[in-house]
Design a protein around this ligand. Structure first.
Ligand SMILES: Nc1ncnc2c1ncn2[C@@H]1O[C@H](COP(=O)(O)OP(=O)(O)O)[C@@H](O)[C@H]1O
Ligand SMILES: [Mg+2]
Length: 334
């Protein structure tokens, strides 16, 4: 039986679709850990997402399907602080690890990663991403109720800290103490609601600003991780498409300028001082972790990212601006 059939049956059984509906489901490409469909209903198009038991990126990387429910919880919790920058959840079938959310038409919503790759680098848009993230982090900070809903440290460990930071520590024994220390400190943090996968491939560029998708790594922990994750992506793009390096750096700075003034729950300097070493560690993990960036391919590119990230970790990165300065200087001497 094709998954489409089972999904339609589940949506009928849950009362989301009338029993006699015969809707069309169209698979949307791009997902690595889920099946994502456009579903045309009598009320218009919606999006259906079902978590896969096995991620498509790596044969031995399994992620428990409960992550689907945490994605739903993240969407519901974050939306009041971000409005349409977060999809509205319309229905959930927890037993089948699937949910329905508002649909963003690809004709008007491009994937940010594609725009970046094409050299369409809009720094103010990166600023909007930063403001949106900070609004969610600020809105959810210090809430025992929200923290209680996201007891997902084990998931975050399996999906993020182990494959990125701890795996990189294994590959770099001389930096292992720092990397493991960073992973341990991050794992122990309970500051606010973290998205966990703020990557340009999970951000749509719409007419009224960014839309943040794919919250399967949701966790109540250190918001510095979200800023670091997205920042590392923007820095890596300078290696992918050197012609647009200056524009990617502008976007990196705009992201910081959008985000940092929104840090209302702690001092900006404290947040900044945790985000910088996390960014360096994530950069290293994108070449020597379990989820290497597919576009950093050549030995020269890998060597550049590895050497620069190692230098940042060795020297200690006190703040995002200092980290960017190291990256920029290293790019200049390539
Ligand atoms: N609500 C939505 N509206 C329109 N397209 C969506 C929506 N959610 C996901 N998509 C499309 O599906 C792709 C994969 O979705 P995502 O949630 O990132 O799944 P995965 O966990 O598999 O990466 C996105 O890049 C986007 O193109
Ligand atoms: Mg995704």
């Amino acid at each position: 039986m094709p998954p489409e059939h089972d999904i339609v049956e589940a949506l009928k059984a849950g009362g989301f679709l009338p029993p006699d509906a015969d809707p069309h489901l169209e698979s949307l490409t791009g997902g690595v850990s889920s099946d994502v469909f456009r579903l045309d209903t009598a009320q218009g198009p919606v999006c259906v997402k079902q978590a896969l038991a096995k991620l498509r990126v790596s044969a031995d990387w399994r992620a428990p399907v409960e992550r689907s429910h945490y994605e739903v919880e993240w969407l519901k919790t974050a939306r009041p602080f971000a409005g349409d920058a977060v999809p509205r959840v319309l229905f959930e079938d927890e037993a089948n690890n699937l949910f329905v959310m508002s649909f963003y038409d690809p004709a008007t919503h491009s994937v940010w990663k594609s725009d970046l790759a094409d050299g369409k680098v809009d720094a103010p848009f990166a600023g909007q991403v930063g403001r949106m993230l900070a609004a969610i982090h600020a809105g959810c900070a210090g809430s025992p109720e929200i923290a209680a809903k996201f007891q997902t440290t084990e998931l975050f460990e399996d999906l993020r800290l182990a494959p990125f930071l701890r795996h990189a520590a294994t590959a770099h024994p001389d930096l292992a103490e720092r990397l493991v220390g960073l992973a341990d400190r991050t794992a122990a943090s309970r500051i606010t609601l973290v998205h966990g996968d703020v990557s340009p491939k999970n951000i749509l560029c719409g007419p009224s600003g960014p839309v943040l998708l794919d919250a399967e790594c949701a966790w109540y922990g250190d918001p510095a991780f979200d800023l670091a994750f997205c920042s590392a992506h923007l820095l890596l793009k300078t290696v992918w498409k050197p012609a647009h390096a200056a524009a990617y750096l502008d976007a990196f700075y705009a992201l910081q300028r959008g985000y940092l003034p929104g840090v209302a729950w702690e001092s900006t300097a404290a947040l900044d001082s945790r985000a910088a070493p996390l960014t360096a560690a994530i950069l290293l993990a994108r070449v020597d972790g379990k989820s290497p960036a597919d576009y950093v391919r050549t030995p020269e590119d890998k060597g550049f990212v590895r050497d620069t990230a190692r230098r940042m970790i060795r020297e200690g990165s006190p703040a995002m601006a200092a980290l960017a300065a190291v990256w920029k200087e290293a790019l200049g001497t390539r």
